[in-house]
Design a protein around this ligand. Structure first.
Ligand code: ADP
Ligand code: MG
Length: 729
């Protein structure tokens, strides 16, 4: 009798919604209370120090030692007033989670007493012993020195008695070992490239920020059921399990009412998020049972990303308190929708303009069109890098699967804007615009706001969609650090804007008026990038065929996608834009391969283990019962009548045998393959073998194990079934 499974189910039946400990207060009363934000800084810092930090935040001006000391003291005093005893440099290594090493403020004075101490040098730079963070060979372990360096643009915060200071993580030689540093460089690249283009329209623009509003999807399952499923607990996804009879067909979960136990969890975790100044606003059910989404108000991309990283930790922590476990995996359940992390992206200026929002007059519309068309052109030219930056073991299950963006990168802009771009493109006439052309174009452009107001068509199947005043990059995986996608997107758009500026200036130098030069260049880009625009159903088989005809890539798995980083032009682009050094690119790809291999390795081992010691024994136990029963019938009824009476039993016995032997043989094959792969040298070859050889074997084991689940007596089945995991609360 599989007591563990039934004990777990019983636990779940007895759960009660956890009451919030605090009475509901107005959010504004506690919002940001654990953040060393501008408001607090103004209170704690001298004017000089405050101005110094502000200049660092806005323009990246270096902070001098004196100011750093002042900030450190203020931070310490404030943090202690919030209950902190320790501090840590908080950073984002390439493992995909966040890391911290806590040190105490306490310093012995030598006369038996101690004081709380923290100065500028401790704030600005630390040396965590970080030899075990993945670095793709950049930092050999014998010179295992990595440094964390304060990022003043992202506010420090207090969690659980620790002051956390957002930092970048670099090697002794200055190479990035994290996700944050390249992001900051990409944000600086887009600022540098976008400002001069903005100045075609408004000379007052001197700063452009990329904005990011992520939408985080996740599954929530009960802790007891999670613990009773070694595959879910160790890999984040169900490697086995027959589809529940009821899945998401009825769509009754989406926007349905949120169950009370889950609501209590959400309230608690939103409160914690708000205390940390994470502006989460929306909560709702997603399409699949037990799937949910949380989204904030958008922020400057670096801060938004820190907040997303922090939120993923919070989800995990608060869920445990409520006897839940959060699954952030891109595809925990094969038959249900996967989880993504839509990255809503735009550009905003110091003058308060969203560059992807059409304006009120033809001039601001031309500005909108400039950034809109340049973004599409960047996506067209660099689609493969965009594909590569979202590649991961988890996302491979999601791209192209049920309700998910396909692995083909394309852009959706809606029928109205498509019509407009088509109209603009058609008026290209051998380089010269006639006066009629100009009038017509002005008219077209003047109509944009009207157009967008009723531009309600939404295409959920597109990986990159324009949604009225921003682009939404939907193919990012739910576990991903958004920084990777944001680094790539901002870099390629920056590159495109630089090229655009050069071409337009050339036209102006050749005698064109500014507006005309811009228009003509936009026409060229519209024409060039046409093949990336797709308005149809991205999940259809026809699209795969059509995309191929258009020459668009379809890189179906991580090993294929990662090869993009080896292309000379890709390496050169990131070097030129001063975002990633060629060595950094190489190191990152190596880490990506490693991560992919490790994930698949663990999955393959658990798949074989569970097949051998959970599934096969359960099937044999049941088969023995059937054999005993059939034998009994023969004993009682005699051979002929007994065999006849045992027809069903005998059929079942045979069928179980068939599945059993396939499961066993495939598990053996899987282990043999793994041994071969592990002996291989190159990470790339290993990853490829895991994708092409091991994955199909795992799938085969699953198919037959799931058949056995359907045949075997429910009482004997050892692991919680998917219907129990998804529908028991
Ligand atoms: P949907 O689920 O329909 O895509 P949501 O309201 O859940 O819409 O999410 C929209 C997201 O877009 C939010 O995170 C919001 O902050 C973000 N967003 C809105 N405007 C911008 C912008 N200018 N830049 C970046 N993100 C934005
Ligand atoms: Mg969205």
């Amino acid at each position: 009798m599989p007591t563990f499974r039934f004990k777990a189910l019983e636990d779940v039946f007895h759960r009660k919604p956890l009451r919030q400990t605090k009475p509901a207060a107005k959010i504004s009363e506690f919002y940001g209370q654990n953040v060393f934000n501008q408001n607090i800084m103004r209170e704690y810092l001298t004017d000089e120090a405050y101005e110094g930090v502000m200049a660092a935040i806005t323009f990246g001006t270096p902070i001098d030692r004196k100011v750093a000391n002042q900030v450190a003291t203020a931070m310490k005093d404030w943090a202690i007033s919030r209950g902190a005893t320790h501090y840590t440099h908080w950073f984002q290594p390439l493992t995909g989670s966040t890391a911290e090493k806590h040190d105490s403020f306490m310093t012995p004075t030598g006369d038996g007493r101690a004081i709380e101490k923290f100065d500028g040098s401790l704030l600005v730079q630390q040396e965590p012993d970080a030899s075990s963070f993945p670095n793709g060979g950049i930092r050999n372990t014998f010179e295992a020195r990595g440094y964390t360096i304060w990022d003043p643009s992202s506010a420090a915060f207090v969690i659980d008695e620790t002051l956390c200071i957002p930092t970048i993580f670099i090697s002794y030689t200055g190479f990035a070992l994290d996700y944050k540093m390249p992001l900051i460089k990409a944000l600086s690249a887009i600022d540098k490239a976008a400002v001069p283009v903005c100045q075609y329209f408004d000379k007052n623009v001197n700063k452009v920020n990329a904005t990011l509003g992520w939408e985080q999807e996740y599954f929530l399952i009960d802790r007891a059921l999670y613990n009773a499923r070694p595959d879910i607990a160790l890999t984040g996804r169900a490697l086995f399990g027959h589809n529940p009879a009821k899945g998401q067909q009825l769509d009754d979960h989406y926007f349905g009412s949120i169950p009370e136990r889950i609501m209590m969890f959400m309230k608690d975790f939103e409160t914690e998020a708000h205390k940390l100044g994470i502006p989460v606003t929306t909560r709702h059910n997603e399409v699949a049972p037990n799937q949910f989404e949380v989204a904030p108000v958008f922020e400057e991309a670096n801060i938004a990303n820190d907040h997303n990283q922090l939120l993923m930790d919070l989800l995990d922590k608060v869920a445990k308190k409520h006897d839940f476990r959060v699954l952030l995996h891109e595809k925990p359940f094969e038959s249900l929708n996967g989880s993504g992390k839509h990255n809503n992206w735009s550009l905003s200026t110091n003058t308060g303009v969203n560059l992807l929002r059409p304006g009120k007059n033809p001039k601001s519309n031309l500005r909108f069109l400039t950034f809109f068309v340049n973004t599409i052109a960047a996506i067209h030219k660099h689609a493969d890098i965009l594909r590569a930056c979202i590649a991961s073991a988890g996302n491979d299950h999601r791209l192209g699967a049920n309700e998910a963006p396909p692995a083909i990168i394309s852009a959706f802009i809606g029928s109205q804007l498509s019509g407009l771009l088509d109209a603009l493109e058609k008026s290209t006439k051998a380089g010269k615009l006639t006066p009629e052309d100009k009038t017509r174009l002005k008219l077209e452009i003047g109509r944009i706001p009207e157009v967008l107001l009723d531009n309600t068509d939404r295409n959920r199947t597109s990986p990159f969609a324009f949604t009225g005043n921003k682009f939404e990059f939907r193919a990012v995986g739910s576990t991903a650090n958004c920084a990777h996608a944001m680094t790539v997107l901002n870099t390629i758009v920056a590159k495109q804007l630089e090229e655009f500026k050069i071409s337009v200036d050339k036209r102006i130098a050749g005698g064109d008026k500014k507006d005309e030069a811009i228009l003509k260049e936009l026409q060229v880009l519209i024409k060039q990038s046409k093949s990336i625009r797709f308005e149809g159903n991205g999940y259809s088989d026809e699209w795969v065929v059509e995309a191929k005809k258009r020459g668009l890539s379809n890189l179906i798995n991580t090993p294929q996608a990662l090869e993009v980083w080896e292309r000379k032009e890709v390496v050169k682009l990131f070097e030129e834009m001063n975002v990633l050094h060629p060595l950094e690119v190489e190191a990152r790809v190596e880490v990506d391969y490693e991560n992919y291999i490790l994930k698949r390795q663990i999955e393959a081992r658990i798949s074989a283990d569970l097949a051998q010691n959970h599934i096969i024994p359960a099937a044999i136990t049941y088969q023995n019962r059937l054999i005993e029963n059939a034998r009994g019938l023969v004993d009682v009824l005699g051979a002929t009548a007994g065999k006849k009476a045992a027809t069903v039993q005998i059929e079942l016995i045979t069928s179980i045998s068939e599945h059993l032997s396939i499961v066993k043989q495939t598990a053996d094959e899987l282990m043999a393959e793994r041994r071969k792969i592990d002996a291989m040298e190159s990470a790339k070859d290993k990853a490829k073998e895991y994708a092409e050889v091991v994955m199909p074997l795992m799938n085969k084991i699953r198919t037959h194990a799931d058949e056995l689940e359907m045949l075997v007596d429910d009482e004997i089945w050892p692991m919680p079934k998917l219907r129990e995991i998804l529908f028991t609360r």
